[in-house]
Design a binder for this molecule. Sequence first.
Ligand code: ADP
Ligand code: ASP
Ligand code: MG
Length: 417
Amino acid sequence: MARIVMKFGGTSVADMDRIRNVARHVKREVDAGHEVAVVVSAMSGKTNELVAWTRDASPMHDAREYDAVVASGEQVTSGLLALALQNIGINARSWQGWQIPIKTDNAHGAARILEIDGSELIRRFGEGQVAVVAGFQGLGPDNRIATLGRGGSDTSAVAIAAAIKADRCDIYTDVDGVYTTDPRIEPKAKRLKKIAFEEMLEMASLGAKVLQVRSVELAMVFKVRTFVRSSFEDPDAPGMGDFLNPPGTLICDEEEILEQEVVTGIAYAKDEAQISLRRLADRPGVSAAIFGPLAEAHINVDMIVQNISEDGSKTDMTFTVPSGDVDKALKVLNDQKDKVGFDVIQNESGLVKVSVIGIGMRSHAGVAASAFKALAEKGINIKAITTSEIKISILIDGAYAELAVRTLHSVYGLDKS
Ligand code: ADP
Ligand code: ASP
Ligand code: MG
């Protein structure tokens, strides 16, 4: 007997037939004698609809009321799945975040889980009950529903797995694992059998939305064995209940991966924007005067490039922010104009950041150079570059996103099995 968490994303619970299919996956594990907690997302498209309603009601909406609205999608699917399970003879009960409780911080709309009391769930496992938990939500210190940011049900699942000391966390989604790049962009992408926590963390934070970044962080810290697999396989096909047997990807320690490739995957993030401050004073304190106020306004600054100044007194500073934050950033910067002393601000939206990721890069030179050469051969202009020991990120015009992903995917031989 094992204790397992099974998480099902939006497409996996998109309608009643799919919810019944999920119930069969759960029944298979229960029949095998396991203790099961299920975490569900809202039906696909539902959260977008709810978000749009809050914007319609009030563009500068109160984040607490936003949370009250958007958390409702998961309330519906958790109840429906509990009913579908009961209907096939499984003792199941739904749980909202506040009932467990899953305690979070006060950052409504992007809250972090602080603590989960798993004792009642564990007590009920002893009575043979399956827990169906609404993902994406918890209870803030103000006693109000708090949501965990888009894609947050992955994080709910891994956090619950850690809290109840589950043997593993299975993430069921609409692809049968983590691929070398988004299979919707590059059909030649290959499924990875295993991927190291650190690489998955980079893939997720650089745009691969198959797992929320925070869920990977938690899996790494709490050593949760996390397996990404498809909910669309026949739940009762032979071997479906055997761990690591069905097609899927295990997120694991780097030591568990015997043959480490130099490059593991390519990720991309759309809707990036670049802001340039021209001819600003080249003296101590200027960067602090720019990026301090942007951070206080909760604007996530990413790639930063500062030119060397020609005459030692003036320089240019260029950085990226999410497209949706450009107007806010421009306002913050213009408010700082006296302190920063720039001549003009320029900005460009609709850019995309394409990243090459792999732990093997630590010990290989020339990985970046091959990327630059390949993009040049396709006539793709590079606007900014950042690197770390296990990734290279390149900013380009959004129109070239797919071409760049496919080009890099092929340059590193990722489309060959
Ligand atoms: P869910 O609703 O189950 O949480 P998501 O839509 O959040 O599913 O995540 C799954 C999607 O992630 C896939 O349909 C795929 O298009 C996308 N994706 C992006 N990068 C990758 C990748 N490297 N491997 C697998 N899927 C990826
Ligand atoms: N329903 C939420 C979203 O669409 C959470 C999730 O699906 O993980 O972002
Ligand atoms: Mg998701």
